[in-house]
Design a protein around this ligand. Structure first.
Ligand code: PEP
Length: 264
């Protein structure tokens, strides 16, 4: 499939780490580090995904200091308002100028029982509020053994896309569950194979133009030492980074993957 130019996207999923004071310090240092190294945010987009309680502080810092970093939330409710104790509405995230929201992360699927149908409802909620969903899909080690590499992520994405509004941006993150936090990343060829299959699903459901424009990320034990290999693949447009996104120098180095492509 012909590829349109897609701006690489490096996204840091902080999970349940860093309170709002730590978040302010981290974002400031990240912005200074990248500025120091003359990072071009138009060339590689960078976003952080802090816990909900940090979002206001991160927004105030980014907007107040006109930083080029983006930010997003790690989840949202499928509902817009009402008696849903503990839930966070997409309307609230939009009011904070949250550009993105992670939906269907494997930890939410595994520990909070999120189904493909719920993920689709959350994608719809994100689009209702003008937020770009970062839709996470990926197979477990058992899925891989039983169904091969693409079947489960492809099926998850197909259902998730039922919630997507026509013509609205999505980001897809292929995150094999066996690679998350394990230190055992997929090979770049494995990532390419599944990301290509996911792009084909987008083409089938939303058309070739949408497929060519949509960023498909790889996630799972991404580090400065392996990022360049993933980004050399034609269908991998960036990375969703967990653990390494909390290490300032490591994350900055991942963002600057173009500077170490030649070191592979
Ligand atoms: C993640 O949780 O989205 C993730 C990719 O984690 P890690 O980079 O730590 O494997």
């Amino acid at each position: 499939m012909a590829t349109a130019p897609r701006t690489p996207f490096i996204a840091g999923n902080w999970k349940m780490n860093l309170d709002h004071l730590q978040a302010i310090a981290f974002v400031q240092k990240l912005a200074w580090t990248l500025k120091d190294k003359n990072h071009d945010f138009g060339d590689v987009e960078v976003a952080v995904f802090p816990p909900f309680t940090d979002l206001r502080s991160v927004q105030t810092l980014i907007e107040g200091d006109k930083l080029e970093l983006k930010f997003g939330a790690q989840d949202l409710s499928q509902h817009d308002a009402g008696a849903y104790t503990g839930e966070i509405s997409g309307a609230f995230l939009a009011a904070l100028d949250s550009a993105y929201v992670i939906i269907g992360h494997s930890e939410r699927r595994q520990y909070h029982g999120e189904t493909d149908e719920l993920v689709a409802a959350k994608v719809a909620a994100a689009h209702r509020h003008g937020i770009v969903p970062v839709i996470c899909v990926g197979e477990t080690a058992e899925d891989l053994e039983q169904h091969g590499p693409s079947a489960v992520p492809v099926a998850q994405l197909r259902t998730a896309l039922e919630g997507a509004a026509a013509g609205r941006e999505i980001v897809v993150a292929y995150e094999p569950v066996w690679a998350i936090g394990s230190g055992q990343a997929a090979t770049s060829a494995q990532a390419q194979q599944v990301c290509e299959a996911l792009r084909a699903v987008i083409a089938e459901v939303q058309g070739d133009e949408a497929a060519a424009a949509t960023r498909v990320l790889y996630g799972g034990s991404v580090k400065a030492g392996n990022i360049a290999g993933f980004l050399k693949e034609p269908d991998v447009d960036g990375a969703l980074v967990g653990g390494a996104s909390l290490q300032l120098e490591e994350f900055a180095s991942i963002v600057r993957f173009k500077s170490h492509v030649g070191t592979l």
